[in-house]
Structures are given as structure tokens and as C-alpha cells.
Design a protein around this ligand. Structure first.
Ligand code: FMN
Length: 236
């Protein structure tokens, strides 16, 4: 599956088969998380892998009793270390970049899980204090996401998305695309490719046609030549 297909077919999976997730797959998912961009390349995130059944139940309780979470064979947690960003970028680093960096990590992990045939879900509804206690997180580090992972036992349908025109603006905020086709025709790789293909098609057709009418053209040229010769001899 290519990356674009992976992005469009990923779904939040909340039902899992009772099969453990191989460690090499967990390692690949974490590795993909670590490959995400981060402001100043400060990599202000840590990962916790939880497989222990009792711990998983406690985490599910901390996630506002979302009990399905405890049934996932593995739970990955992305923990933010905002101090790393605060030191370099002040308030913006602490309150914005650190969270954005973790979000990029989380999405990479979800996509990789999907590409590996696993199901996962981004869980953000949790009692932070409870998670800090269960996972023995210290200092200013804060959990950003709980990610239950396992082999999927459901195929969730594509969730509805808002209308494109309500989300995409041209040139200025709020300037909606009323006619998407007209907008696309401003410049589109698809149109350009099709135009090139069309040009090739026409050239091919023209070449074929030329071959077909070539004898007639030659005959016509000869006829014209003869007529001119006759005219020349009359005037002479
Ligand atoms: C920040 C964030 C928090 C979320 N928290 C939860 C959650 O606590 N429980 C849950 O079941 N899904 C949670 N989700 C998943 C969304 O419900 C899901 O992404 C959305 O319905 C779209 O479905 P899709 O992921 O299949 O495209 C969360 C997603 C995000 C991005």
C-alpha cells in the first residue's frame, strides 16, 4: 500500500483479536513516530509500551472507563516532555510546538500500524493525574495520547468528513471555492497530464491519417505539376 492509500484507508479501530502484537512491529511503529518532524529537532517525546493485563485495565479506567482500550493486546503511550521545548522557544515551545510535535509522532504511528495490518486508535480522553500515577510519570512530562494497538476485529466504515468547500479557501480566509472544477482548472497536474496524453493521441491520429492519405496527396501534387507544365507550354 502506498502512503496516500494508507492515509485514506486508516480508521480508528476499537475492537481487536486476541492475538499478541509482535515486538518487531511495535518497534517499527515507534521508529516511525521518532521519524516525525519536531521544532528545532528537539524530539520532546517519550514512549511507554504496556502489555501487562492489569496495567491495561487501569489505563482503560483512566481513559474515562473506555473499557475496550484494556482489551487491546498492547497500548503505546506518547509522553510529552515540554521542558525541552520551553528551554529553546519559551511559551510558544512549551504550549504549542511540544504538542504539535507529539501530534506528528502520533499520526506517523497510526499510519504505520495500519500499513503493518494492525488497528489502532488515538485516545485523548483521559484523567491525566490517574495516568501519571499508573505510569509513574514524573516532573513536567505529560501523556499526550494513549494508543491501543492490535490486530483489528472490525472494519470501521469511512467516517463522514465535512464538505471540502467549507474547509478550503482560496487566497484569503473564508473565501470559499464555489466551483471546484473551475478552481481545479486554474492549474492541475491531472489536467496537464491529460492534455499531454491528448496531444500525443492527436499526433498519433494525425500521423496515421497522413500515412493513409499520402498516396492521394502524391497523386494530387503530380496533377498540379502537370497542369502547371501544360500552362507553361501554352504561354510559351
Ligand atoms: C486528539 C484526539 C483524541 C481522541 N480521543 C478519542 C477517545 O478518547 N476515544 C476514542 O474512541 N476515539 C478518540 N479519538 C478518535 C476519533 O474519534 C476519530 O479519529 C474520529 O472519529 C475520526 O475517525 P477515524 O480516525 O476513523 O478517521 C481521538 C482522536 C483525536 C485526534
Amino acid at each position: 500500500m502506498d502512503i496516500i492509500e494508507c492515509i485514506h484507508t486508516r480508521r480508528s479501530v476499537r475492537k481487536f483479536l486476541d492475538i499478541p502484537v509482535e515486538w518487531d512491529k511495535i518497534a517499527q511503529i515507534i521508529s516511525a513516530g521518532r521519524a516525525a518532524p519536531s521544532a528545532g529537532n528537539l524530539q520532546n517525546y517519550r514512549f511507554i509500551v504496556v502489555e501487562d493485563e492489569d496495567m491495561r485495565k487501569q489505563i482503560a479506567d483512566a481513559c474515562l472507563q473506555q473499557q475496550w482500550i484494556g482489551k487491546a493486546p498492547a497500548i503505546l503511550l506518547v509522553v510529552d516532555v515540554p521542558d525541552l521545548q520551553k528551554r529553546h522557544y519559551g511559551l510558544r515551545g512549551e504550549k504549542l510546538y511540544s504538542i504539535q510535535n507529539c501530534a506528528a509522532v502520533i499520526e506517523n504511528m497510526l499510519l504505520t500500524a495500519h500499513a503493518l495490518g494492525l488497528g489502532a486508535c488515538w485516545v485523548g480522553a483521559f484523567e491525566e493525574e490517574m495516568l501519571l500515577r499508573i505510569l509513574k510519570i514524573t516532573g513536567t512530562a505529560r501523556p499526550q495520547a494513549v494508543i491501543p494497538i492490535g490486530y483489528p476485529n472490525e472494519t470501521p466504515p469511512e467516517p463522514p468528513r465535512a464538505e471540502l468547500y467549507s474547509q478550503v479557501f482560496i487566497e484569503t480566509y473564508g473565501n470559499r471555492i464555489r466551483d471546484l472544477d473551475a478552481t481545479i482548472s486554474r492549474y492541475s497536474g491531472v489536467w496537464e497530464r491529460e492534455a499531454k496524453a491528448g496531444k500525443k493521441y492527436v499526433e498519433k491520429k494525425a500521423a496515421k491519417l497522413h500515412e493513409r492519405i499520402k498516396p492521394a496527396l502524391i497523386r494530387l501534387r503530380e496533377k498540379i505539376k502537370k497542369k502547371f507544365k501544360k500552362k507553361e507550354s501554352v504561354t510559351n
